[in-house]
Design a protein around this ligand. Structure first.
Ligand SMILES: O=c1ccn([C@@H]2O[C@H](COP(=O)(O)OP(=O)(O)O[C@H]3O[C@H](CO)[C@@H](O)[C@H](O)[C@H]3O)[C@@H](O)[C@H]2O)c(=O)[nH]1
Ligand SMILES: [Mn+2]
Length: 741
């Protein structure tokens, strides 16, 4: 295709998912079953005369409400999955159509917040992986935001600025993948057959390992030794840092891309590399990651002002050096590119166990649900691995602009020296800079929400922009999933709490998005925002049918009654269907089972706490917090248990008390139920009015087997603490006795 031709072939393609018809038929059958259940619940409502079992009527109404709630959630889920689409890019067409010099500059923001929880040796691997993108280096600028304001992290970045001189040419020459040295050397440990490569490989590996050792030594030491402190004048700025929560802005341009002396060992230019620790003061709320991102937006606009911004968390390295080019296929597409605000990559993880014990991969969300949102033009911004157009992040409303022309000239011609520039940037990252401005409201990432990413993405879409979800075969980014149960539950608490908060705020998708984004997209957002309140219906289902079984109150039809069919069909049909989906998308049976368990765990703990914390926040009793997810485990035994897929309890936590109590309660009831079944031999199981309650209870016991193991059959440190076990036994027994007497 000749340049200048009006009709270009598209740079990307969108394909609808296959196998949609079976899904829709299945959904229709579930819908009919739901209707039957509702009819049954209403028709068979216990009459007042049955006063002998006063509780029965209330329990029944509760079942009806819970089932109505589940039906609502199910409908939202069907909307989400109705017509997923998948995206494919044509990078060859991109390179044919655009010369390297007209490609836009890319600013890459890496966020870190705590040198202990997020070790510098991990952070630098993320930084190196994005520095080594297959893209003109003079167009790349990498900014590390350090909310921990740690000279250890600064030192690690200083090491990076030197190591990059060797690493980048090495990656280019041998087309290395992935370009995080740690991940690369781990995977390629004995892969080098190429003798030309072998010697360079060995020497660069040694360089990397020496650097890593130096960084880890300082991290262990907890401070910078004097001889290192002399290596760079930047360290002197820490003389004025009194604490992490109270210090001035530190900006350090470690590699100045404009400087003709900033070259690697082959004489090629190096990307710009900047360290930023924004000012912190007890007088100002720092707004967590959103605050960091907004400071980065301003500082980068002064230094490189790239029209495209990539945001990655410090634990998520780039796994594909061509991702930038993939993204440009979306943004530079002649027909659709102008309306796209951001491209969100699928989030994948490096440290999952074989069957993903804590269900961190969110397989169905990644493979089906986000592609579903994509079909409505609006997959969410989920934090890490997202490319934005700068102007969209800064609050611009959609209009058909001539941005590609603007991009060519966007690069500021800066005459200032690096140190003058640093001074100018300091002001931009000061707390008071945002006073009486729209930052955190209509500009940049929004403040005040634990999921700043979701709310900001929604706001961008409501300004008329579209977004893209991209989930290529070779994952664009690989991160670290929480290796302990409690961390995973706390992370989900933060997410569900943030989502629910949005629902209750003026940003509720149904109001805020009204007439701005399509209705199905509004509803899709709601699916996630209803996670937290779902705890009520779920807990009801985990507890009440069992307690009623104990009390002798039947809540379901008996097995021989035809009304049982919709109940059984919905329950087992949905489970089987989701198992099918797991297997289709490359999961295993055990992974699916783990996911089912984690759903129950999250609903009874994370969502519950999120729900009540939100209520407290509404009443202004508590304030938002952000618990950073730990990325490493110090204890080797914990890692070993994680590899063995043994669930890690190990600590006392109200969350574990709830899990253990629920498990025990169902176990007691199941035992009593079994005894009654055996004693009552004149009644068959099929005619027994409690059959379904027994099955439900039995399944809950089965899915909780690891909890029992953790209480009674494990000796290691990851077991459930004895005090928690005793508490839970007491609670469960008290609950049962209250019901019985
Ligand atoms: O005060 C803070 C707190 C966190 N972070 C950074 O934010 C990122 C995410 O924190 P993490 O504890 O890893 O949270 P996750 O739950 O793993 O993160 C997901 O969920 C968050 C919202 O809850 C989003 O901000 C993230 O991008 C998204 O990946 C990390 O790089 C942190 O360094 C800061 O920069 N400043
Ligand atoms: Mn994270």
């Amino acid at each position: 295709m000749a340049k200048g031709d009006d009709h270009y072939p598209p740079l990307f393609e969108t394909k609808p998912a296959k196998g949609i018809v079976p899904f829709r038929l299945f959904s229709a059958s579930i819908f009919i079953s739901i209707c039957f259940i509702m009819v049954y619940r209403v028709n068979q409502m216990p009459a007042k005369e049955e006063a002998a079992l006063l509780g029965r009527k209330w329990a029944w109404i509760g079942m009806l409400l819970a089932e109505l709630w589940f039906s609502l959630c199910w409908i939202l889920n069907v909307v989400v999955k109705w017509k997923p689409v998948y995206r494919y890019t044509y990078k060859d067409r991109l390179s044919q159509r655009y010369d390297e010099e007209v490609l836009p500059g890319i600013d890459i923001f890496v966020c870190t917040a705590d040198a202990m929880v997020e070790p510098p040796s991990m952070v630098i691997n993320t930084v190196l992986s994005v520095m080594a993108y297959d893209y003109p280096p003079e167009k790349l600028s990498i900014y590390l935001s350090d909310d921990g304001c740690s000279d250890l992290t600064f030192y690690a970045l200083l090491e990076v600025s030197r190591f990059a001189e060797q690493w980048l040419p090495f990656c280019r020459k041998f087309k290395v993948e992935p370009r995080s040295p740690e991940a690369y050397f781990q995977r390629a440990s004995d892969q080098v057959e190429d003798s030309a490569m072998a010697s360079e490989w060995t020497s660069i590996k040694k360089l990397y390992e020496d650097m890593k050792a130096r960084i880890e030594t300082t991290t262990k030491l907890g401070r910078i030794p004097e001889e290192i402190g002399k290596q760079h004048e930047g360290f002197r700025k820490w003389d004025f840092v009194s604490s992490r929560q109270d210090h001035q802005t530190i900006v350090q341009i470690l590699i100045d891309g404009r400087d003709s002396k900033s070259v690697d060992i082959e004489g090629q230019p190096l990307p710009t590399l900047v360290y930023l620790a924004r000012e912190k003061s007890p007088k100002y709320h720092h707004n967590f990651k959103a605050g960091a991102m907004n400071a980065l937006l301003r500082v980068s606009s002064r230094i490189s002002n790239g029209p495209i911004i990539l945001n990655v968390d410090c634990d998520m390295y780039s796994n594909n050096s061509e991702s930038v080019r993939d993204v440009l296929c979306f943004f530079l597409d002649e027909e659709k590119g102008h309306e796209i605000a951001f491209v969100q990559f699928a989030q994948a993880f490096d440290n999952l166990t074989k069957n993903d014990v804590y269900s961190s991969s969110s397989r169905l969300i990644c493979e089906v649900e986000l592609p579903g949102l994509d079909s409505y033009g609006g997959p969410c911004y989920i934090g890490s691995g997202c490319f934005h157009r700068r102007e969209c992040l800064c609050g611009k409303k959609y209009s058909k602009s001539i941005y590609k022309e603007e991009w060519k000239h966007s690069r500021l011609k800066m005459e200032e020296s690096a140190s003058v520039l640093e001074e100018l940037c300091r002001v931009l990252a000061n707390c008071s800079y945002e006073d009486n401005t729209q930052w955190g409201k209509e500009m940049g990432l929004k403040y005040g929400c634990p999921v700043e990413d979701i709310i900001t993405g929604l706001a961008i879409q409501c300004r008329g922009w579209k977004s893209i979800y991209y989930n290529p075969e070779r994952k664009g980014f690989l991160g670290v999933a929480p290796p302990m149960l409690l961390q995973s539950l706390v992370q989900h608490k933060r997410w569900s709490e943030g989502d629910f908060q949005i629902l209750l705020s003026k940003h509720c998708p149904l109001l805020y998005g009204y007439k701005k984004i399509p209705l199905p997209l509004q509803l899709s957002y709601c699916q996630y925002m209803l996670w937290a309140p779902s705890c009520l219906a779920s807990l009801y289902y985990f507890v009440v049918p069992s307690l009623c079984l104990l009390k002798g109150i039947a809540l379901f039809p008996e097995m021989l009654n035809p009304w049982v069919i919709p109940f059984v069909y919905i329950f087992f049909g949905n489970r089987l269907y989701s198992l099918g989906e797991y297997l289709c998308y490359g999961g295993t049976f055990l992974e699916w089972l783990n996911d089912q368990r984690m759903r129950i765990f999250r609903r009874s703990t994370s969502y519950l706490f999120a729900f009540f914390d939100n209520i407290l926040k509404l009443l202004r009793i508590t304030k938002s917090s952000f618990i950073i997810t730990a990325k490493v485990v110090d204890d080797e035994n914990v890692s070993i248990r994680y590899e063995q897929e043994l669930i890690e309890f190990g600590a006392t936590s109200p969350m574990f008390t709830i899990l253990a109590t629920l498990a025990l309660l169902n176990a007691f009831v199941f035992a009593v139920g079994l005894k009654r079944l055996v004693m009552d031999d004149h009644q068959t199981f099929a005619a027994n009015p409690f059959a379904l309650q027994m099955i439900l209870c039995g399944l809950l016991v089965f899915i909780n087997l690891p909890v029992f193991r953790g209480m009674f059959f494990r000796m290691d440190k990851g077991r459930i603490p004895t005090s928690t076990t005793f508490q839970s036994i007491t609670l469960a027994l008290v609950a049962c006795s209250i019901i019985l007497y």
